[in-house]
Design a protein around this ligand. Sequence first.
Ligand SMILES: N[C@@H](CCC(=O)N[C@@H](CS)C(=O)NCC(=O)O)C(=O)O
Length: 258
Amino acid sequence: MPQRLPAQWGSDASTHSSDPPRRHSLKKVTFMIVVHHLNNSRSQRVLWLLEELGLPYEVKRYARDSETMLAPPELRAVHPLGKSPVLTDGKLTLAESGAIIEYLVEMYGNAESCAMLSPEHGTTDYLRYRYWLHYAEGSLMSPLLLKLVFDKIETSPMPFFVKPIARAISGKAKSSFITPQIATHLDYMEAELGKNLWFVGENFSAADVQLSFPLEAAAARGGLGASRPMLTAFLRRIHDRPAYQRALERGGTYSIMK
Ligand SMILES: N[C@@H](CCC(=O)N[C@@H](CS)C(=O)NCC(=O)O)C(=O)O
């Protein structure tokens, strides 16, 4: 049986006292969800999920440093790592997009007027759902992040005599490890999407939301390639969703899509 959230997480006792564990009626929610949103970042998918769930929320915007692309120091006041997304819901402060997505779906996902965005607990579909939620950040993002770092090394200013060495090291890292790793992941996902319309099955789920960012990053950092029509169609399908469009309006420019 799912567990009730611990009180120290900031749940208002009067709000949660007689509810069934973990799933809460939207009617009883009295506090406002705030998304600490960094431009062109993973927090875009949290906005999208909130739109899919039809929940009210506020967006507190933070701008990346135009040179370093890092988040501004103000974000550390919300969470010590200073990364986005961070979500606050009453006294609860939650980081990590996967944890935020799980929290929102578990807390509000079956409330009246909200969509159900995860399979039933205890089913094989639920295991599959949880697998994809973890896979996005735990496996898929790593080689994509490495590509971003090594691409940056190649284009960063440096003394002319260092440049050929830096380029050679970067080129070797990319050709021997990063590029094949990315291809392996994308081929795997392409094959999985060949089995069902969405990653978990025939129903859209929050796992599709979580997988959107790495796939958008992959498309932006080298393309999905002509041999991956399923992934290309997946991106087209999610970008066409009205909730996705509304989230773009709330979040502002999101250039990782390009
Ligand atoms: N695994 C974390 C990663 C968080 C993360 O690295 N966020 C990036 C935005 S996509 C960030 O805040 N970057 C700015 C910085 O590191 O200063 C998650 O999924 O939430």
